[in-house]
Design a protein around this ligand. Structure first.
Ligand code: ATP
Ligand code: MG
Length: 386
């Protein structure tokens, strides 16, 4: 559609990189000579998002998928280690590629012209190397988020970081303090959940210490366990914070602006780590109730990683049985408040305490979870209470 109006257009960035790697691109970025208003005109009638329009980006939804279309641009001087203070539009693809962060991200593709690769990105992909476009020191000073992007790509792809780029990462690490916590968090969590997280964290420990102060990132034993854990944020964060004093761990998580629910889960898991794994069904049920199902599962996985000699398989089997078929909450009982009201219970304390009592009896396997039995037990209790 853009070409029909005589604009040039290329695929750029991550989609070109991922396609060359034989992977499905997660999203498509296009760059074009059309100015933002012209992009809007071409796609008139399509659903569009305009939040990036200041920097030349219009997101157009094609068949439900968001395509980021950005006018080819050169960035002017940067301010606050993050944002260019001015951008100027260009119709030269090479100029647009020059502003991009790493050579593997600075390739463009068009079905007719083929690959445009002025910075040897394709070679670096084959060599598994991450290398800045231009002078690494300048590029990290311009935008400190690139420091974390670099580490994230190294950890996700399992690539080495080219020497000058690697040195500049360390030299410029303190400018990371300028970056909004939410952006640091998003990049860091992607890195933490990647296949090569342990290697990158150990190798660049001093950079991570900038936003996770006082943390011993060179605790080799713990860090090397990270990639053995499932690629889930909560479980990997718990492992990472495991050697830290509780107060410091709390500060770290709130500094990363993690949601409260996630922080609570991490502390529930950490708080139980020194406890032994239950082996009988009753104790498993008690722990499931105490911790909540998700926390329990993650706690068990973490115990297995930290103490591989434990017979966790059997416990997992038993606990999954309890989760799927057991009765762990009042809601799982085969009767509810309305059933009790029908046999004369009044709403309030008496009703609630009876349901709790019945749940206890079912958990302890003193009563089966069966409507008739539960109703007659409730009646009996009512008489006894009088
Ligand atoms: P992914 O989408 O897998 O995270 P990506 O490379 O597509 O990877 P995006 O954030 O979608 O990353 O950015 C698209 C492209 O924009 C990048 O490939 C890169 O060329 C450029 N880019 C993104 N962020 C920056 C930055 N901070 N500095 C310079 N160029 C950037
Ligand atoms: Mg992308």
């Amino acid at each position: 559609m853009l070409e029909k109006q005589n604009y040039t257009v290329f695929c750029v960035g991550g989609s070109v990189r991922d396609s060359l790697l034989g992977q499905k691109a997660s999203d498509w970025d296009l760059t074009t000579s059309a100015l933002p208003q012209q992009i809007c005109k071409v796609f008139n009638g399509f659903k569009m998002l305009m939040h990036g329009i200041k920097y030349g980006t219009v997101t157009v939804f094609i068949k439900g998928s968001p395509i980021e279309i950005t006018t080819m641009r050169e960035d002017g001087k940067y301010r606050n280690h993050r944002i260019p203070s001015e951008v100027s539009f260009t119709d030269k693809i090479e100029k647009d590629l020059a502003r991009r962060d790493f050579t593997i991200n600075a390739m463009a593709y068009h079905p007719q012209t083929g690959l445009i690769d002025p910075y040897n990105g394709f070679k670096h992909l084959k060599d598994k190397t991450i290398c800045c476009v231009g002078n690494p020191g300048t590029r990290f000073q311009e935008d400190a988020l690139r420091i974390l992007r670099c580490l994230r790509f190294a950890a996700v792809l399992g690539y080495n970081i080219e020497e000058a780029t690697s040195k500049a990462l360390i030299n410029e690490k303190d400018s990371l303090r300028w970056i909004a916590c939410e952006r640091v968090r998003d990049e860091f969590l992607k890195l933490l959940c990647s296949d090569f997280a342990s290697i990158v964290i150990l190798q660049y420990a001093e950079i991570f210490s900038v936003f996770i102060p006082k943390f011993v990132f060179d605790d080799y034993t713990i860090i090397s366990l990270i990639t053995l854990a499932p690629a889930q944020e909560t479980i990997r964060l718990a492992l990472l914070l495991f050697p830290m004093p509780q107060e410091q761990a709390k500060q770290t998580l709130s500094a990363l602006r993690l949601p409260k629910k996630q922080i609570d889960s991490i502390f529930t898991i950490l708080g139980h780590l020194s406890e032994t794994v239950p082996s009988d069904k009753l104790a498993i049920k008690r722990k499931l109730i105490e911790m909540g199902i998700d926390n329990f599962r993650q706690w068990l996985t973490l115990k297995e990683i930290l103490e591989p000699s434990l017979p966790i398989c059997k416990v997992k089997e038993l606990s999954e049985g309890c989760i799927n078929h057991g009765c762990l909450k009042i809601k799982d009982l085969k009767i509810d408040g309305n059933d009790l009201k029908r046999i004369g219970f009044l709403a309030g304390k008496e009703l609630g305490s009876t349901l709790s009592y019945l749940l206890e009896e079912v958990i302890n396997e003193k009563l089966p979870n069966d409507k008739k039995t539960l109703l007659s037990a409730a009646k009996k209790r009512k008489i006894n209470l009088r």
